[in-house]
Design a protein around this ligand. Structure first.
Ligand SMILES: Nc1nc2c(c(=O)[nH]1)N[C@H]1C(S)=C(S)[C@@H](COP(=O)(O)O)O[C@H]1N2
Ligand SMILES: [Mo]
Length: 508
């Protein structure tokens, strides 16, 4: 009975919970927001298994919050799993009367769980050691033990809860701060300049500087090159690749399959382009549409060497995060493989070291963290097609109303940006009476005028219109005319499954 006498359920529950928090915190302290952080693979597994309809609903109702909640859920799951392991270890110690068993078993079980999840044995030590230490601390420190446990009248139960919570918050906070310091650079501003034997950085600099001259001279309008480029991807934690370890394979239905390393990509002829991306999930009034100056090489150089021999004329791109997309080889031919963004090295969040930019297609086709170009003989579904989205295909034309400012004299300026993929934007028309009458808005110069050596045949244009607002309420409507002279379709359509389309309206 002596061993069972030391079986103290309340204290052990608290200790086990703390061990769980310590494991996740320790892992984050060592890994930071990287795939080796123990909750990352769990978040991945969860997001892969959520059915398409549920995912669409979550995105529609919660937006970007859906992914954050998923991430929190993954963290809670890992805390719970380690807590259960620690609880089992404490129980085993109590039953066997072996004082070394709880910390040793907790450490071993946590390490095994962490390796099973992330496959990173070293980072797993960062999870296992703190968990074992918490359990060890509970065993050797009578102070901690008595505060956490002992016979429990109501007041000391509350004290235990407070102590546990305080310790948990402290451990989690320390782990978070340490992990953030270990975080890799995420923003373009922090990234070094893009370099390479064929990269003309002067052109990039000049082009970016000259964009101003191309813009409509109204400071209230949103810019032609985005200050902050939206980010959309399937995981809360991005891949963390190094240029040295990374490579790109060309495989499948080809005459010659081969693999290029980072230097091999840089050795190919370089090119710069202004390219706009819009996510297929972007609502009419959303902001998942942006433009940057990209540096890279065209896929054509790889196609020449590979000699695709595909029965379906289709190709599947694979990425380091498990993402994949299938689309026609014809669309790939003129695509850019980009390693630079706005004159800087491509940031991690946008696909470092290499991403695809497919002219005129929805954002989802522009695969980031590209690792393999696989030529197929049979058509297949991409990641989002498997989840009920259209998948490939050209963007729909759109003219967004993003700015409305009232001028001193009583006039009002409305404006925004219009994008029609490779069809281009030849005009934007605005109605201030709900669509009865139309006038032509001012349009910025095409970005392809910025620099002789910089293409921009898949980029947006700014538009602006000043008008005298009528008395009372009225509706402003904007629509674009593409390069073929076609007016954009009026009918309003939700993002799912083929992208939000229709004339954008704003009530005043
Ligand atoms: N590897 C990978 N590539 C990806 C994604 C992803 O989740 N993984 N998301 C796609 C989607 S849906 C969009 S809209 C664009 C967004 O690119 P950005 O994050 O650079 O804006 O990347 C695409 N490429
Ligand atoms: Mo997207």
């Amino acid at each position: 009975m002596s061993s069972l006498a030391r079986f103290r359920p309340d204290r052990d529950d608290a200790l086990a919970l703390l061990a769980g928090v310590a494991a996740v915190s320790g892992s984050y302290a060592v890994a930071g927001p990287r795939p080796s952080f123990v909750a990352s693979p769990v978040e991945r597994a969860v997001s892969r298994t959520v059915p398409g309809e549920a995912l669409a609903l979550a995105i529609a109702t919660l937006g970007d919050l859906a992914q954050q909640l998923n991430y929190v859920m993954a963290v809670v799951l890992v805390v719970a799993a380690v807590a259960v392991a620690a609880r089992v270890a404490l129980y085993a110690g109590a039953v066997t009367g072996n004082r070394a068993a709880p910390p040793v078993l907790t450490g071993a079980l946590t390490w095994t769980l962490a390796v099973a999840a992330s496959g990173a044995p070293l980072v797993a030590v960062g999870a296992a050691a703190p968990a074992a230490l918490v359990v060890l601390g509970g065993a050797v420190s009578p102070g901690l033990a008595s505060r956490l446990g002992g016979p429990a009248p109501l007041s000391s139960k509350r004290r235990r809860a407070v102590t546990t919570l305080g310790a948990a918050v402290g451990i989690a906070g320390a782990g978070y701060l340490a992990g953030e310091r270990a975080a890799p650079d995420a923003t373009a501003e922090e990234a070094p300049d893009v370099r390479g034997p064929n990269v003309d950085s002067e052109t990039a600099e000049a082009a970016l500087a000259d964009v101003e001259a191309q813009s409509i001279d109204e400071p209230e309008l949103p810019p032609l090159v985005s200050d902050r480029f939206y980010e959309v991807d399937i995981n809360a934690v991005d891949p963390d690749l190094t240029a040295e370890e990374w490579s790109l394979s060309v495989t499948g239905a080809v005459e010659e399959s081969f693999t290029l390393d980072y230097e091999g990509v840089l050795d190919l002829p370089a090119e710069q382009r202004f390219v706009t991306l819009r996510c297929v999930s972007d609502p009419l009034d959303g902001s998942k549409m942006d433009t940057a100056l990209w540096t890279g090489t065209t896929v054509d150089h790889l196609l020449e060497r590979a000699g695709p021999d595909s029965d379906c004329g289709c190709v599947r791109l694979h990425a380091a995060d498990g993402y994949f997309q299938v689309f026609p080889i014809e669309a790939l031919r003129d695509s850019l493989l980009a390693y630079g963004m706005n004159g800087k090295l491509l940031p991690r969040g946008h696909g470092f070291p290499l991403r695809t930019l497919v002219p005129g297609h929805w954002g989802e086709i522009n695969v980031k963290w590209l690792t393999e170009i696989e030529f197929l003989n049979e058509d297949a579904d991409g990641y989002w097609e498997q989840r009920g989205w259209q998948g490939t295909g050209e963007v729909v034309p759109i003219a967004k109303i993003e700015t409305a400012v009232d001028r001193d004299g009583g006039r009002r300026l409305v404006g925004g940006r219009a994008y029609g993929g490779t069809r281009g934007v030849s005009a934007v028309e605005v109605s201030v009476d709900g669509g009865d009458t139309w006038r032509e808005a001012r349009l910025s110069e095409s970005l392809s005028e910025v620099h002789d050596d910089v293409r921009a045949d898949d980029a947006w244009r700014q538009w602006a219109l000043e008008y005298d607002p009528p008395e009372g309420s009225h509706t402003v409507v904007a629509r674009m005319i593409d390069g073929n002279g076609d007016v954009q379709p009026r009918e309003r359509r939700e993002p799912r499954p083929r992208g939000a389309s229709g004339w954008v309206r704003r009530e005043f």
